[in-house]
Structure formats: structure tokens, C-alpha cells
Design a protein around this ligand. Sequence first.
Ligand code: KIV
Length: 272
Amino acid sequence: MSASSNSKPISAKTILQMKGKDPIVCLAAYTTPIAKMANVHCDMILVGDSVGMVLHGLPSTQGVSVDMMVMHGQAVRRGADRALVVVDMPFGSYEASPEQAFETASYIMQETDCSAIKLEGGTHMAETIDFLTTRGIPVMAHVGLTPQSVKGIGGYAVQGRGEDRQRVLDDAKAVQDAGAFCVVLEMVTEELANEATALLDIPTIGIGASNQCDGQVLVVDDMLGMFQDFKPKFVKRYAHLGQAAEKAIAEFADEVRDRTFPAADHVYPDKK
Ligand code: KIV
């Protein structure tokens, strides 16, 4: 039975136990209406710091604040009482020390009532993951392409090719050994995803990492086709809502200008 066919709230432990059984479905989402839909169909909802680029128009995730994550975490949590809600820790809010990470993670959990936090980084974040998990904070790790360090790694490129392969595997193993309950593998080759998934006892959640992973995550606006000019190779558009929305807005504007909206159906006549 998949976790999504059961109405019990899904815990980090449940996700861990799905390894090698059911594929894990995760959606990165930021609002209550979408969370209500994902709550029915997905195992996890990730309130990703991609919210900064997707909803706030920022050029990268580096400008995202803890307050933004808390606001969207609260919105998602209001719509999700079954799917596991994970909130991303934004750039600059956890990297300095395990203590800084604990302060941010505990604040986000208290303010949003989420069940876990996510942070980016492999071997160099292992001490922090250990510090958090031994203090009762479930951690989703994130290795491979880590968008918060995109300036340091020179862009959004596939990770782990050639000699870099071992680095990504070491990162994945390090976050597992430090206590993460699952790990996002972003933009790595199919071979590497396969190897990491076989190596680890915790689930791998792929984004641009092939169907060899234990689960998949996509950003909701990407998979709904909200952006007409942005589609990385790994995104599949399950709908074309951006096009439909643009058409609807253009129609509204035309009808206001030619005074065909509001029509008789949309006005309040005087009571007879
Ligand atoms: O911020 C985000 O949405 C993410 C996922 C794409 C994994 O980190």
C-alpha cells in the first residue's frame, strides 16, 4: 500500500521505510490551495526556497529570507494534514555553525508546525545534520546540484560526471551517516543516481536524476507549465496553465476595454 492511499499523517520514519518499496512522491509547493491538492496525492510537500525565484521573481535562491520560508511554510501547512511538510532553510541561515542551524530549524518548525527541514550540502554539512537529528529535528538533505551555492559552483550544470562522481557519492553517504531521513539528488546522471540509490539505506528523491531514484520531486509551477519561457530538460509539463492564464488575462482586458464585461449575469439589479 502506498503512503498516499492511507489517511494517517506521514512521518519522516514512514518515508524512510518506503525505501525499496513504493516510489515516493514529493511536490515543491508554496500555497494553501496547491497544498490541499498535493496533500491528497503526494507523500511529501517541500516548501522549497525555489519560492524566491518562482513566486517572488528573485534571480536566485540566495535572496530568500527565513521570514519568507515561514510565511509559505504556514500557508502549506494549513492545507496539508496528511502529507509530510518539509521546509527549506534559506541561504545564510544555517551554514555558519550547527548552533545557527539549530536556532533556524527550531524557529521554522515552531512557527510553521512543519515536520522536517531541508538543507543543502554534503560532507561539509554532516556535522550540522548530526547536531540537528540528535536533537530531534528530521533533516532532508540535498546533494548534487545545490542551487544556494550556484555562484560558487559556476552555474546550473549537471553534477557528478567523470571524476566528480565520487564526490557526490561521498556527499550522499555522509548525509545518510549523519542521520538524514532522505536525500534530494539534483541534476546528476542516471548512472550516478542508480549507484547512490543502491549505496544508501535512506531514500533518494530525484530532480533531474532519472527514475532510478526512490522518489521524485518537481516544482509545482514547472510541472503545471506556468512559465512559458523556462523549461529545464528534466521538467515534464503535465499542464500548460501559463498559456491558459495569459489567454484568460488577455480576454479579460479586451472585454473590459470593449465594455462586454461585466455582462448582465455579473451585475446586481435593484430588487423588484
Ligand atoms: O527549492 C526547491 O524547490 C528544491 C527542490 C527543487 C528540490 O530544493
